[in-house]
Design a protein around this ligand. Structure first.
Ligand code: ZN
Ligand code: ZN
Length: 109
């Protein structure tokens, strides 16, 4: 009986801190083209890939119930011209939102 050939590990790139998709490495750091953000090799110094484009203006307002209703507003962290098929994303939210879609003013439990 011959021994099984064990599979190699697939080494993946770091995940984008905003949309959690795998980044692209160019040898000088990491890029998320969906968000338009570049990071240095150690993951620091995030900056826009296309500075003239700016930040997506879409916001998501989360309401918290209770004696007084508090709201918290998150602004999409992707670049302004990101693909409309992609959800808007904020690194503090576990989900993305769509323009005009359900959940844009959802009450969090
Ligand atoms: Zn991203
Ligand atoms: Zn957006």
């Amino acid at each position: 009986m011959s021994e099984a050939t064990l599979p190699a590990l697939a080494i993946s790139n770091p995940l984008c801190a905003v949309c959690l998709e795998e980044t692209d490495g160019d040898g000088y750091g990491w890029d998320c083209y969906d968000c338009g953000i570049h990071w240095d090799e150690d993951g620091s110094d995030a900056e826009w890939l296309y500075p003239d484009d700016g930040q997506c203006p879409s916001t998501y307002t989360r309401k918290r119930g209770g004696l007084s209703v508090e709201t918290e507003t998150f602004r999409c962290m992707r670049m302004a011209s990101h693909d409309v098929a992609l959800t808007h994303e904020h690194s503090d939210l576990l989900f993305g939102w769509k323009t005009g879609g359900p959940g844009v003013s959802k009450v969090a439990a």
